[in-house]
Ligand binder design. Structure first.
Ligand code: NI
Length: 176
């Protein structure tokens, strides 16, 4: 089922999400939510979606892309379900790149993010995992993790001078 995506201003996007109890991961509610979030992410050509974006304040997010029309130049991102994720930077190096968000419709902005992060959490089967993500993959993980803390990418922009509408992004910045 395709879910409605909360837009900036909805309080659910600003709340720190609750951890998913591990024994609930296999429940029909959580498994159904994961399936619905997947359908919603695909419907809107997202490369990540966090439960608060579909009005559920739980520490659950999906990432993954085999090539998105919203991000034609972006590298592929392996499909991953992140439950109760924790991240830490692998080095102090940050990179700046463009981001958008299904909850901040029609806008793009340049956001500094850690170049590499270590991610740990639980998958859709309730199995613990840990992996290292680099570059765009690391960026997507940090963007979704932020949603679980009540943050959107705008909060991470040191200033808003690069914020632009999609039409102007395509016209002036898409080759940047
Ligand atoms: Ni987002």
């Amino acid at each position: 089922m395709i879910l409605k995506v909360a837009q900036l201003g909805h309080p659910v996007l600003r709340k720190k999400a609750e951890p998913v109890p591990l024994e609930k991961i296999s429940s029909p509610r959580i498994q159904g939510l994961i399936q619905d979030m997947l359908e919603t992410m695909e419907e809107y050509d997202g490369i990540g979606i966090a439960a608060p974006q579909v009005h559920v304040s739980l520490q659950l997010a999906l990432i993954g892309s085999q090539g998105s029309p919203r991000y034609p130049k972006a590298p592929k991102v392996p499909f991953t379900v992140l439950i109760n994720p924790k991240i830490k930077p692998v080095s102090s190096h940050k990179e700046v790149d463009w981001e958008g968000c299904l909850s901040v419709e029609g806008l793009r902005g340049q956001v500094p993010r850690w170049r590499s992060v270590e991610v740990e959490g639980y998958n859709a089967k309730g199995e613990w995992f840990r992996f290292r993500a680099d570059g765009f993959h690391a960026r997507v993980v940090q963007h979704e993790w932020d949603h679980l803390q009540g943050h959107v990418y705008l909060d991470r922009m040191p200033d808003l001078t690069t914020l632009c509408y999609m039409k102007e992004f395509a016209r002036y910045w898409a080759d940047d």
